[in-house]
Write a protein that binds this ligand. Structure first.
Ligand code: ADP
Length: 399
């Protein structure tokens, strides 16, 4: 038995989960927030306990040091040698990383940094996390797992935009997608639940959380996905627009004071839009549903647009796949909101979908449609950290 740690580093945060492998048992998990700010918070959860401390953490190296110290201090590990592998979630792998990779050279880290061009905040933070572990635990197996890899199988007609070709060849503007580890994981789990080989299934996977994306999975392979060049594309999200008419942007640059710099525009489209922008209340689906039940028009409208965009994307993927065997819901909203699932599926009866109210309850898992349904509907909890830990295990076994 050896231990593997899954790392998800954000610009000011570091989320981690420690596994006993190959048993795939979670021993401890935690989150370090406000890195680089005054009053950073480190939370460690293990054995039913939650330990929180507030201190000043300057950078990711110091955050990793605190995390390792905590593991020792709470007796979760007896020595650093117990940790034999680390897996890092990286947002953008571009066209370069078609699968997870071993960090066995400085070039791999540099490539992750170079790809920050496609995901500026994320990849820089991810690389900082990789470097921090390299510095403190240089001898363990280090693996990078990309949000985009699963989607590198998309055909060119799906990933290219109808822009002048030079913006693809010179600027690398194309669809990359995201949430790949999640879509891949739930597709595999759905095949198990349906009792059929993944290679025989057409699936539409809906990762609906604060960030949301929908993928068309044909025989286990991603053939199209809703997020685009960046995670801003596709369906409406907590604070992101999803797809909008691109002409809106130059129009607002010309006619408002808000749309000035690329930073302003990105901020409005990524942080002030979506459920938050329409409801003017909250980006959290629980608040939107509560507001809707209290008769708040804006919350009801936000809910309706949210559901409409999911339905339209599912409709697109029925066309892309020429039919589907199942629709899978996952992530915060997909796993927990019976109301969103009901609203989405009730509009798709023509396609042969249904949903059973007695099965579509909170905490539901597995098939929630009837035996007669042509297209099954499933709830599968996602587990991106486990996918990362499994990838590390795969590289450990190759050594
Ligand atoms: P992230 O993309 O940040 O990982 P999550 O997958 O955790 O997001 O999803 C967060 C979303 O899930 C929030 O909008 C939250 O309101 C929603 N959510 C969680 N529980 C419920 C619930 N019981 N009903 C409706 N929405 C829920």
């Amino acid at each position: 038995m050896s231990k593997t740690i899954s790392i998800n580093a954000g610009s000011s945060s570091l989320k981690w989960q420690l596994y006993e492998m190959p048993a795939e048992k979670v021993i401890a998990k935690g989150l370090i927030e406000r890195i680089g700010l005054k009053g950073s918070i480190s939370t460690v959860k293990f054995d039913g306990r939650a330990e929180k401390q507030i201190l000043d953490i300057d950078d990711h190296t110091q955050a990793v040091k605190i995390l390792l110290d905590d593991l020792m201090r709470f007796g979760i590990i007896k020595s650093y040698e117990e940790i034999t592998g680390v897996g890092h979630r990286v947002v953008a792998g571009g066209e370069y990383f078609k699968e997870s990779a071993l960090v066995d050279s400085e070039e791999v880290i540099q490539k992750v940094e170079e790809l920050a061009l496609l995901a500026p905040l994320h990849n820089k933070a991810n690389a900082a996390g990789i470097r921090a572990f390299k510095e403190l635990l240089p001898d363990i197996i280090s693996v990078v797992v990309f949000d985009t890899s699963f989607h590198t199988t998309m055909p060119e007609k799906a990933y290219r935009y109808p822009l002048p070709t030079k913006y693809y060849t010179e600027n690398k503007v194309r669809k990359y997608g995201a949430h790949g580890t999640s879509h891949q994981y739930v597709a595999k789990e759905a095949a198990k639940t349906l009792g059929k080989p993944l290679e025989e299934l057409k699936l539409i996977t809906c990762h609906i959380g604060n960030g949301a994306s929908i993928t068309a999975v044909d025989k286990g392979i991603s053939v199209d996905t809703s997020m685009g060049f960046t995670p801003l594309g596709g369906v409406m999200m907590g604070t992101r627009t999803g797809d909008i008419d691109p002409a809106i942007i130059p129009y607002l640059i010309e006619h408002t004071e808000d749309f000035n710099t690329p930073e302003d525009i990105n901020y409005i489209l990524n942080k002030q839009s979506g459920l938050l922008g329409v409801s003017e209340t909250s980006s959290d689906m629980r608040d939107i549903i509560a507001g809707m039940h209290e008769g708040n028009h804006n919350c009801k409208l936000a809910f309706d647009i949210f559901v409409d965009r999911i339905q339209k994307h599912i409709g697109q993927y029925f066309a892309v796949l020429n039919g589907a065997d199942a629709i899978i819901f996952t992530a915060g909203i997909g796993e927990n909101s019976d109301e969103v699932r009901e609203a989405v599926i009730s509009g798709l009866s023509w396609f042969g979908c249904d949903i059973l109210p007695e099965k579509n309850v909170r905490g539901a898992e597995g098939i929630i449609s009837s035996d007669a349904a042509k297209v099954k509907v499933l709830v599968i909890p996602t587990d991106e950290e486990l996918v990362i830990a499994r990838d590390v295990e795969r590289f450990k076994n190759q050594k």
